[in-house]
Design a protein around this ligand. Structure first.
Ligand code: NIG
Ligand code: FE
Length: 391
């Protein structure tokens, strides 16, 4: 591989406070970056940039690390636009539609699922995502979940087993049996997934059920994450902290006591404003989380029910407009925050030694991503990751 210089960068966010202006985003102006063998080898002033095999003059454009989308349900078939319309007319989201996607996904062939997941992945990539997490969760049988995990493993950087998405109809009178199936044979069949997640909320799994599954996951040496507090204050955040989850995702309804627990922990709060958008729910106040010392990530939650969204730019715009984040905070959370939620130190920043994943914004300042929503404003993506390409 050759050395690659990106130069004449108007605004460069490195997320390395030892570089640049010492802010959380480590901002440099009139900057350049060198990527050597897929790894950041040099960062500094454009005037001092070394010569390289390839040179990209971005003519004053802004550059930031590739987005880290730490929460997607990308492997699915079908769509649920009728539910979206009903919600816009006032109907509440209750998770019930998950079973419709389970039916459509189960009926789809592996090739069909692979093709549609690749298409969604390609859209994420065009929008600047260079690291992606994908969950299973739309099969709810041992073989079906293993199939979804195996598809995700072909495409994603990080794969999560979400057998505990909802209790399937067949187990309606035997919840305990389903929880035991998930914690036992289903988790074993999905061993290729490094992560285990549970939807712990009203209409899904209780705190005790989720604790049982996460405890089994811990014994199986899995890393843990949790869907929590999306529909109510149902204890998911407290459980995530208790279990040492890397991340608790949604956090739409979090009281002060749970927030304090989160702030004192290393669990990241992954906020998903496009889910609030698409379910017409109240947006959480991100400043409350930040003031409490919580590390915040932003992700798309791409799924056919609550957030059929493949644009991190849109997520950033919502975070700034609706959740009270500054542009710097939102840009950090969509990159470094996602990396923290996945416990990855090689992505989400552009310090020397980081993976050379870079988004060149089609504008002179990163603020344009929020200021001009409706377009991803991505001029170019340099993706040094080694996963299979989306197309
Ligand atoms: O993250 N809340 C749980 N899971 C998804 C929604 C799944 C669906 O409705 O299909 C979410 O919002
Ligand atoms: Fe989700």
């Amino acid at each position: 591989m050759s050395s690659h210089l990106v130069t004449n960068i108007g605004e460069l966010l490195t997320n390395d406070p030892t570089l640049g202006d010492e802010s959380m985003v480590g901002r440099l102006t009139n900057a350049a970056i060198v990527i050597d063998d897929g790894v950041v080898a040099w960062v500094g002033s454009a005037a001092k940039a070394p010569s390289c095999d390839i040179a990209d003059d971005v003519m004053g454009a802004a550059v930031l690390p590739g987005y880290v989308d730490s929460h997607t349900h990308l492997v699915f078939a079908g769509e649920r636009s009728d539910e979206f319309e009903a919600r816009m007319a006032g109907r509440r989201y209750d998770g019930g539609g998950i079973r419709r996607t389970v039916a459509a996904t189960t009926a789809a062939s592996r090739d069909t699922l692979l093709a549609s997941t690749r298409q969604r992945l390609a859209a994420l990539r065009r929008g600047g995502v260079t690291t992606v997490e994908m969950k299973s969760g739309y099969a709810l049988t041992v073989d079906g979940e293993a199939r979804l995990v195996s598809i995700a493993t072909e495409l994603a950087d990080e794969v999560t087993f979400l057998g505990a998405h909802v209790v399937p109809e067949e187990y309606a009178t035997d919840r305990e049996g389903y929880v035991a199936l998930v914690a036992g044979p289903m988790m074993a069949a999905c061993d290729a997934a490094a992560w285990v997640d549970v939807f712990c909320d009203e209409g899904a799994f209780s705190v005790d059920e989720a604790r049982h599954i996460l405890t089994a996951a811990k014994h199986a040496n899995k890393q843990l994450r949790l869907h929590g507090n999306q529909l109510g204050e149902t204890g998911g955040v407290g459980l995530a902290v208790e279990m040492g989850c890397a991340s608790v995702d949604h956090c739409t309804h979090v009281g002060d006591a749970e927030l304090a627990l989160l702030g004192a922990s290393s669990t990241v709060a992954t906020l998903l404003p496009s889910a609030e958008f698409s379910t017409k729910s109240p947006y959480p106040d991100a400043q409350r989380f930040l003031d409490a010392g919580v590390t915040v990530a932003l992700a798309t939650d791409c799924n056919p029910g609550t957030s059929y969204v493949t644009s991190m730019g849109f997520v950033i715009a919502l975070a700034v407009r609706e959740m009270g984040m500054t542009v710097d905070q939102a840009a950090w959370s969509a990159t470094m925050g996602g990396a923290r939620a996945l416990r990855r130190s090689d992505v989400g920043h552009l310090g020397v030694g980081a993976r050379g994943d870079v988004v060149v914004v089609d504008a002179p300042r990163v603020a344009h991503v929020a200021y001009r929503p409706g377009s991803d404003l991505v001029a170019k993506v340099i993706h040094s990751g080694h996963r299979a390409s989306a197309t």
